[in-house]
Design a protein around this ligand. Sequence first.
Ligand SMILES: NC(=O)c1ccc[n+]([C@@H]2O[C@H](COP(=O)([O-])OP(=O)(O)OC[C@H]3O[C@@H](n4cnc5c(N)ncnc54)[C@H](O)[C@@H]3O)[C@@H](O)[C@H]2O)c1
Length: 432
Amino acid sequence: MTTPAKQLQQRIKSREATVGVVGLGYVGLPLSISFARAGFPVLGFDTDSRRVAQVNDGEQVMRHIPRKAMRELAQGGEATADFARLGEADAVLICVPTPLDQHHQPDMSYVEAAADAIAATLRKGQLVALESTTWPGTTRELLLPRLEASGLRAGEDFFLAYSPEREDPGNANYGIGDIPKVVGGHTDACRDVAVALYESVVPRTIPVSSPETAEATKLMENIFRAVNITMVNELKLVLDRMDVNIWEVVDAAATKPFGFMPFYPGPGMGGHCIPVDPFYLAWRAKEFNTTARFIELAGELNMAMTEHVGHRLIRALNDDGKAIRGSRIMLLGVAYKRNIDDTRESPAGRLLELLEVKGARISYHDPFVAEYRGRKSTPLTARALRDCDAALVVTDHDDVDYALVGEHVPLVVDTRNVMASLSDVKARVVRA
Ligand SMILES: NC(=O)c1ccc[n+]([C@@H]2O[C@H](COP(=O)([O-])OP(=O)(O)OC[C@H]3O[C@@H](n4cnc5c(N)ncnc54)[C@H](O)[C@@H]3O)[C@@H](O)[C@H]2O)c1
């Protein structure tokens, strides 16, 4: 093994290595906290100066990341918007966004900007690891040339790896310290150095043969979810026609001890990952003159599912002799999934647009989201509920009094089956 690699491994072992984290968001913050807790000096970088100040002040910025953890980070680390300091870090972990652009194609601008900033101060003995979800080939085709333009050679002078983030915000059972980490290095030395670093904070590393394998692994995990969620949503529509309850079917099927994994229906997928990441592979597939039809189909059906929910609500109001125009609808939960405050790509946004265009008067209640699309979360009171023609359950947060909803709203359209377990519900409940 080369000398810079050995030296870096020793610095990792002794916890002298400074861990730089580029992008202090849903992924970068928990990662920074893990390294700070493991005793590493952490230097966080973000282009958003407000986020930098919040981190330095130990402020709570996400509901699922406790204030105590943010304080630990402020004590064990420092955040900065001064990218000239990137050279201070021994390891630089890139956790910047990888969204889709307006043409539904990968927007690599954040990764490129981070790579250019790192290249500007790259020095011998640094490890650069990309964690953002991306198409297979990104590390070697996009990062490597930018970094080697410095004149330094990856695998000898510095080390380059891809290790996908598997963080599941709000998951009480699995945090970074419980989730094995897949690591692919540009060379064996790159892989070994990255493994040494990650082994300090995760229970197990899974070294794979290349960065492309690691990149594809992450996409496969998310495509698996996207396709299965879409499949169960399609089954919901089919079984609904037959008056068969999909929830009961999933629960019954889940008793099979092998070969089945339950996925639950809803109003369509949301979040920064599951509806977005599969298209990174679909886009890359086209460069290789092939197609990823399951991915395209899951995307199409996902949009159709949200529309289905909107139209189900309109039909249910019609059954009550009410037009959607002028009806007062309360959306329950606007975050894209339960018990977190992330509203990115949430089906609630698409539903809000669909219903508002048709003249509905929309309010919402979400204990995690104080403001959404120019509205404030309505406190869940009997009076506020009585003012509504319908409630639409979009996201099934725990901290919502669904019994109160069922008591005071005439109609509940339930995409999450939250009303099923309640007794003596006065409202008419429509599954959608
Ligand atoms: N959110 C998740 O649950 C999750 C899980 C696994 C993987 N991922 C992936 O991780 C990556 C990051 O996602 P996220 O949810 O943490 O995003 P985020 O938007 O929460 O955070 C990204 C942060 O990066 C900052 N940033 C943008 N450009 C920058 C630059 N050039 N230099 C430094 N900072 C910059 C932003 O200001 C922001 O604070 C994405 O590729 C995403 O697909 C996300």
